[in-house]
Design a protein around this ligand. Structure first.
Ligand SMILES: [Zn+2]
Length: 558
C-alpha cells in the first residue's frame, strides 16, 4: 500500500472556477450540475418533519442515499478537473468540493490507497458539520452519529472514485458530544458488518417496494399483451401521447394511415410500430423513400418489371408491393411520387391490383399502405403535382407527428436512451449527461428533430472522454454565450468572461487584428450579407439603424 505523509489539500482555485452563479436566469452550476443555495434552517426543518413522519431509521437511510447520489456526481468531476495530478490530489476533489459546497470542514488524517489491489483506508476529521448543527437544534445530543447525508456523500464519492463499493462510517460524531466528527472508510469487504452498512444504500423502503411491484405488474401486463409494442417510440409528452393514441387505434384496423410531420421526426419508426402492433406483425415491413428513387425507376421499384421492360431490366423482378404482400408498405416522402406512379398507386389502394412494368397480367396483393410526407399535399394538389383523388384515398386517417421542440419533456428520456444505444454500438461508456447539457437541449429548437438529436448524441459520445459526463460543449460546437459569475479566491462572487471570448481574443492576437479593424470588418460583413439593407444589418448586429449609420459614417471618414 502507498502510504502518504499527508500534505494539506491542494489549492482549490480549479474547483472554484467550476461554480457559476447565473443569477439572471436563476440558476447555479457546479460544472454541468445544477446546485442550490438554500438555508440550512430550511433543510433542518425538512429533516425534522421527515423524522417525525417516517421515523429516525427511515430518515437516516433516505438522507444517506441522497448524500450518496451527490457524492457520485462529484466523483465524475475528480479526474476531469485534475488530469495528470497525483492520485491524492485527484481524490482531494471530493473533500474539497464538500467544503466548497458548505457541507463540512474536512481535515485529512490518514490516506492509503492501492490502485492494484483496491486496498483503501481513509480517515478524515470533520468540523462544522451542517447536520450536527441542524440536528442538535431540534433534538439535542444523540447516542448515534447524525451526519447522514455527509457520510452518504463520502461513501458515494469514494465508491465512484475507486470503482468499487467503499463504505465510510462515522466513528465519532460531534452530534454525540465528541469534540469532532471522525470518519473511517474501507472497501465493503473489509468491514465485518459491511453487508449491514451497505443495506442502508439499497432502496428498500415501503414506497420503493410498492414501485417495484408496480413495475413488475406493468411488465407482466406487457408480456400478456405483446402486440402493444412501441419499439423505438419513447416519450410521455402530451403531443406524443396523442399521436401514439391514434396509432394504437389504427393498428387493429386495415385503414390507410398518413403520417405527417417535419423531416427527422421519426415517421418510419411510427410506421414500424404501427406494423408491429397490427395483426400483420409476422409479415414483411417494406419501406420505400420515394424521394430517394430516380423517377424513371420508381414504377419498376414499386410494382415490379418483366424481363426487358426497360433498359437494364435483365431479369423479371417483383416490386416492393409484391414483397410486402400480407404486410405493410411504408411510402416515405410521397409528395415526390411522379404522376404516372400516382395513378398506379391509386389502383392498388382501390382494388389491391398491380401490373408489373412490361406486363398486362394483373396480380392481387394484400398490402397495408402507410404513407408519409413532410410537404403540404393540398398545395401540391393545387399546383397539379399531386392527384386529388389519391390524396383523399390516402388521407383517411392522418396522424401528425409532433416536432421535437414540442416534446421538451421527452428530450431527457430520448437522449438517455440514445446514449445507451450508442454506448453499446461504439463499445464505449460515459457517465451520463450533465444537467446543463440537458437544459441546453431543452432550449434548443431542433430543426432536424430526432434525427438531429441522434447525430448530436452520437458525436458527443465520441468526443467525451470515457467515464466522464457528456457536457454542453460536447453536444453543441458553438455553446450558448454565457456571462457567468464565479467564486474568486476570497470567496466573493465576481463576473467572469466566458471562455469563448478568450478563444476569440487569442485568435485576434494571432491574426494581429486591432479592435477597430475587427469592428469595421464586422460591420462591413453584416452590411454586405444583408445586401445593403441597413435595417437588416443593424438587426443582426444588435444595433439600431441610426447607431449603424453613425458607425458607417465614422468608417467612411477613416
Ligand atoms: Zn457527525
Amino acid at each position: 500500500m502507498n502510504s502518504f505523509s499527508l500534505p494539506p489539500f491542494p489549492q482549490d482555485a480549479d474547483l472554484r472556477r467550476l461554480v457559476h452563479f447565473s443569477a439572471s436566469d436563476g440558476r447555479i452550476w457546479l460544472a454541468g450540475h445544477r446546485m442550490l443555495l438554500l438555508h440550512v434552517e430550511a433543510l433542518a426543518g425538512l429533516r425534522r418533519e421527515l423524522i417525525q413522519t417516517i421515523g429516525t431509521e427511515q430518515t437516516r437511510r433516505v438522507l444517506k442515499r441522497a448524500g450518496y447520489a451527490s457524492g457520485i456526481r462529484d466523483a465524475a468531476l475528480a479526474r476531469q478537473v485534475r488530469p495528470g495530478a497525483t492520485l491524492y490530489e485527484q481524490f482531494s476533489v471530493g473533500p474539497q468540493l464538500h467544503m466548497l459546497e458548505g457541507a463540512v470542514q474536512v481535515t485529512p488524517e490518514h490516506f492509503d490507497y492501492d490502485l492494484e489491489s483496491g486496498q483503501h483506508l481513509g480517515i478524515f476529521r470533520w468540523d462544522h458539520s451542517w447536520e450536527v448543527e441542524a440536528h442538535a437544534k431540534h433534538f439535542g445530543p444523540q447516542t448515534d452519529p447524525v451526519c447522514w447525508m455527509l457520510i452518504g456523500y463520502a461513501s458515494g464519492y469514494v465508491s465512484a472514485f475507486m470503482g468499487q463499493p467503499v463504505i465510510y462510517k462515522e466513528v465519532q460524531c460531534a452530534g454525540c458530544g465528541d469534540a469532532h466528527c471522525r470518519i473511517e472508510g474501507r472497501p465493503l469487504k473489509d468491514w465485518p458488518d459491511g453487508e449491514q452498512l451497505q443495506a442502508d444504500y439499497e432502496a428498500d423502503s415501503l414506497l420503493v417496494r410498492m414501485e417495484d411491484l408496480q413495475a413488475e405488474l406493468e411488465s407482466l401486463r406487457t408480456s400478456l399483451n405483446p402486440s402493444d409494442d412501441l419499439g423505438e417510440l419513447i416519450g410521455r409528452s402530451k403531443s406524443f401521447e396523442q399521436a401514439i393514441g391514434l396509432l394504437r387505434k389504427a393498428a387493429a384496423t386495415q385503414v390507410t394511415v398518413m403520417l405527417t410531420g417535419e423531416t427527422g421526426v421519426g415517421k418510419e419508426r411510427f410506421a414500424r410500430a404501427l406494423h408491429g402492433m397490427s395483426p400483420r406483425a409476422g409479415k414483411p415491413f417494406v419501406a420505400v423513400n420515394c424521394a430517394a428513387l430516380p423517377h424513371e425507376l420508381i414504377e419498376s421499384e414499386l410494382f415490379g418489371a418483366e424481363k426487358g421492360a426497360y433498359t437494364g431490366a435483365g431479369t423479371a423482378r417483383p416490386g416492393r408491393f409484391e414483397r410486402a404482400d400480407g404486410g405493410t408498405l411504408f411510402l416515405d416522402e410521397l409528395g415526390d411520387l411522379p404522376l404516372a406512379a400516382q395513378a398506379k398507386l391509386l389502383r392498388v389502394l382501390q382494388n389491391g391490383e398491380i401490373e408489373r412494368l412490361g406486363s398486362t397480367q394483373v396480380r392481387k396483393v394484400d398490402v397495408r399502405v402507410v404513407a408519409a410526407t413532410n410537404v403540404d399535399l393540398e398545395a401540391a394538389v393545387a399546383d397539379g403535382r399531386f392527384r386529388r383523388d389519391l390524396l383523399y384515398r390516402l388521407n383517411v386517417y392522418p396522424i401528425a407527428i409532433p416536432p421535437l421542440r414540442d416534446r421538451v419533456e421527452d428530450i431527457e428520456v430520448l437522449a438517455q436512451h440514445l446514449l445507451t444505444q450508442f454506448m453499446a454500438q461504439h463499445n464505449k461508456r460515459v457517465a451520463g449527461i450533465t444537467d446543463r447539457a440537458l437544459d441546453a437541449m431543452r432550449h434548443y429548437s431542433w430543426p432536424g428533430n430526432i434525427r438531429e438529436l441522434e447525430n448530436l448524441i452520437e458525436r458527443a459520445l465520441i468526443i467525451t472522454t470515457a467515464g466522464q459526463m457528456v457536457d454542453v460543449d460536447d453536444l453543441f460546437t458553438v455553446p450558448p454565450n454565457q456571462q457567468h459569475i464565479t467564486v474568486n479566491e476570497s470567496g466573493e462572487l465576481h463576473q467572469s468572461i466566458s471562455s469563448d471570448f478568450h478563444a476569440l481574443f487569442e485568435d485576434l492576437q494571432r491574426r494581429g487584428l486591432s479592435l477597430d479593424v475587427l469592428e469595421d470588418g464586422l460591420i462591413q460583413a453584416a452590411v454586405s450579407q444583408a445586401e445593403g439593407n441597413l435595417s437588416a444589418a443593424a438587426r443582426t448586429l444588435g444595433l439600431t439603424r441610426p447607431q449603424l449609420s453613425y458607425r458607417l459614417q465614422k468608417l467612411k471618414q477613416l
